[in-house]
Structure formats: C-alpha cells, structure tokens
Ligand binder design. Structure first.
Ligand code: ATP
Length: 275
C-alpha cells in the first residue's frame, strides 16, 4: 500500500501546490486508482512525490509501511516497487536505440546480461513493439515513444505503476491497447495509479477515484459513487462519464463499461419491442 500522511508540497515558498493530502492507495483491494482534477491542480506534482523525485515540504509518504528513504540507494529500491511513466515520454528516454533504452534501468540494477535480453524481448513482444527494437527513438511517433517509455518501466516488474496522462496523443486504437494493457497488468498482479482528463477512459479502467482540486482531495470513493453528483463535478471543472449520464438521465442500469452495456440482453429485448 502507498500511504500519504498530511502531505504538503510547494515548489516555491508560500505557494503550496499540494495541501494536507492524506490517502491510502491500494486500501480496500483497489487495483486501479484514478486521480482526476482540472489542469494545474497538482496531479503530476503528486505523482512526482510518490516516486521520490520530489519530497513533501511536510507530512510523509509510506510505501509498504516504510517511509520513503530519499538516499540514492533508498530511491533505487523504491523504483523497483513504484514505477512512473511521465506525461511527456521524451522526459524518460535515455538511450537513442529502443532496446538499449528499455534495458537501461535493468543495467543500473546489475541484472545479468542474458536475463536483460530475455526480459526486454518479452516486454517488447507484450507491447507489440518488437519490430521497433533496433530503431532510433527520435524517429518514432508520439504513440510509439509512449509505448517504449512504458516498456522501460514495465520491464522492472514493479508492484505499482504510475501513469500520468497515458492516453494523451494516442489514436483510438492506441487508447484501446492502453485499456487492454492496464487489464493485463492487473491480471498479473500489478497495481496502477492513473491520471487523465479522458473521463470515459478513466471510468472504464479505474475502480477507485480521488478528485483533486487546487491541491486538496475534495472527494474520493468507488467508481459507482464518486460520479453521482453532476453539479459537484461541474463545480470542480469535471464531467460525468457517458455511462453515468445515461444511467441518471435515461434510467438505464449503471454499466461498468461499454461492453457490459452492449451485452445486456434485457435491454436488447426491451429495445426490440419498441421497433
Ligand atoms: N517545476 C515547477 N516549478 C514551479 N511550479 C511548478 C513546477 N511544476 C509545476 N508547477 C506548478 O504546479 C501546479 C500544479 O502543476 P501540475 O503539473 O502538478 O498539475 P496537473 O494537475 O498535473 O496539471 P495538468 O492536468 O495540466 O497536467 C501548477 O500551477 C504548475 O504551474
């Protein structure tokens, strides 16, 4: 579990960005945690605090009951438990060729060469980018770079994966793959913390949400309840997912995802009668 106890963070004196944040990510068995909120509200700043790149101005963060140790060794250990894929993939590209970049963190951990080769090949295959293995990263598209950045983190097999705006710049196919990838990570026992402005994507993949507004957590809860109050969401510059809208406005059941809606035989039978 990742636990925040009264975390404050400021980049500049007297200008707090995160304000008294307390949360327990992974509590109650939640596996995909969504952080939502308008632009500039502190989501990326929160992520950077969770991986120890930034340090809270006050309060503390515990991972598996241990406060983050900010020494070089401590942070290296933390990386193996909590990995992050930045909003901008260019920020985490270190080598010019795809396979070298994906292997980078494993070399740092002194993993044997044969094992590195095997783990890199497996991850590239899983992400369907084996064909990019020997390509220079600078010539890849934005979506391809994003997948290389994700590969470089997945290869570490960390328990937690933080994805900051993972669908930004992805086409519909890339977005579908991202949904599948997150489901695949959960199936193999990993946990994910996500931030995105794509509320329908978030509703589909996350099971627990935190709403961040001006550095405060203003609401949190299971996905079935956190989107209930449309007025409160609008006040926080957020929208309801379309599945919640049709539930509230057309009185349809609350479906967890689009596939569930289209598989609803009772609904199909009712609609057939109207024809
Ligand atoms: N390095 C920095 N130095 C000073 N201020 C910063 C720095 N990085 C971010 N900020 C400020 O911190 C605030 C929160 O930024 P952050 O990127 O965490 O928000 P966000 O919720 O992730 O936004 P978005 O949805 O637009 O990605 C903003 O006001 C931003 O200008």
């Amino acid at each position: 579990m990742i636990e925040l106890e009264h975390v404050d963070f400021s980049y500049e004196k007297n200008h707090p960005i995160l304000k008294d944040i307390s949360a327990k990510f992974g509590e109650n068995g939640s596996k995909v945690v969504g952080i939502i909120g308008p632009n500039g509200t502190g989501k990326s700043t929160l992520f950077l605090n969770l991986v120890g790149i930034l340090k809270p101005t006050s309060g503390k963060i515990l991972v598996d009951n241990q406060p983050i140790n900010y020494s070089k060794k401590g942070l290296n250990q933390l990386r193996q438990k909590v990995g992050i894929v930045f909003q901008n993939s260019d920020q985490q590209i270190f080598y010019s060729i795809v396979k070298d970049d994906v292997a980078f963190a494993l070399h740092n951990l002194d993993v044997p060469k044969d094992e590195i080769k095997q783990r890199v090949n497996t991850i590239l295959r899983e992400l369907d980018i084996s064909h990019l293995k020997d390509r220079p990263i600078q010539y890849l598209s934005g979506g391809q770079k994003k997948r290389v950045a994700i590969a470089g983190i997945l290869v570490l097999n960390s328990e937690w994966l933080l994805l900051d705006e993972p669908t930004a710049g992805l086409d519909p196919d890339g977005k579908r793959r991202m949904v599948e990838l997150i489901k695949h990570l959960i199936d193999r026992g990993q946990k994910v913390i996500l931030s995105s402005h794509d509320i329908d994507f978030m509703y589909e993949v996350c099971d627990y949400f935190y709403i961040l507004q001006a550095g405060h957590i203003v609401k949190s809860g299971q996905k079935e309840t956190v989107f209930d109050d449309e007025k409160a969401l609008l006040k926080n510059k957020l929208d309801q997912p379309w599945l919640v809208k049709i539930h509230q406005k057309l009185h349809l059941p609350l479906y967890a995802n689009e596939a569930e809606l289209f598989a609803d035989k009772t609904l199909q039978a009712k609609l057939a009668k109207l024809e």
